[in-house]
Design a protein around this ligand. Structure first.
Ligand code: 5GP
Length: 179
């Protein structure tokens, strides 16, 4: 399971990892956040209304869920259980509160934290993305500080400075051989 503040480059890192290791199965989360330009329903997220999301919470349909910067995010339970039963390596890319819930459910799962080279760099990346309003940026930065302070809870952490180097380090931590 991979956690890391908004803007740290988790998405790019995970996409590259999956490109090199197609045997890994990435969970597609549900969210009440509006799609960003280029994001597709069912590929990046399942985009749900708050009502639909809450109904799924009530039905026990999420392995974990949390509120992040004003929106709800959750990991649909059934597909994860199916993939685990089939013996596939499962990857979750989720924020800190969800990571804490998963830690209770799957204590044996490996939990990694991705860190930025510095907080200033993180802020530069979040702003550079240009997709979030100022209020959302402030919420994401505040949350980032909390997530980075939780580093000791994780099995390992990785500073995402150079993408290729980070990818290699990630493969090593996950026990995957590079290509
Ligand atoms: P974003 O809006 O930038 O796509 O995601 C915001 C945060 O929500 C990121 O830290 C991301 O890892 C996290 N996130 C994405 N999906 C899930 C999920 O299913 N559960 C939880 N707890 N967090 C998620």
């Amino acid at each position: 399971m991979i956690t890391g503040p908004s803007g740290v480059g988790k998405g790019t890192l995970v996409a590259r990892l999956l490109g090199r290791h197609p045997e890994i199965w990435l969970s597609i989360s549900a969210t009440t956040r509006a799609p960003r330009p280029g994001e597709e329903d069912g590929r990046h997220y399942r985009f749900l209304s708050r009502e639909a999301f809450e109904a799924q919470v009530a039905a026990g349909g999420f392995l974990e869920w949390a509120e992040f910067a004003g929106n709800l995010y959750g990991t649909p339970r059934q597909p994860v259980e199916e993939q685990l039963a089939a013996g596939r390596p499962v990857l979750l890319e989720i924020e800190l509160e969800g990571a804490r819930q998963v830690r209770r459910t799957f204590p044996a799962g490996q939990q990694l934290l991705i860190q930025p080279p510095s907080f200033a760099e993180l802020e530069r990346r979040i702003r550079g993305r240009g997709t979030d309003a100022e209020a959302a940026i402030q919420k994401r930065l505040a949350r980032a500080r909390i997530e980075l302070e939780a580093v000791a809870e994780f099995d390992a952490c990785l500073v995402n400075d150079d993408l290729e180097e980070s990818l290699k380090a990630l493969e090593l931590l996950l026990g995957l051989s590079g290509t």
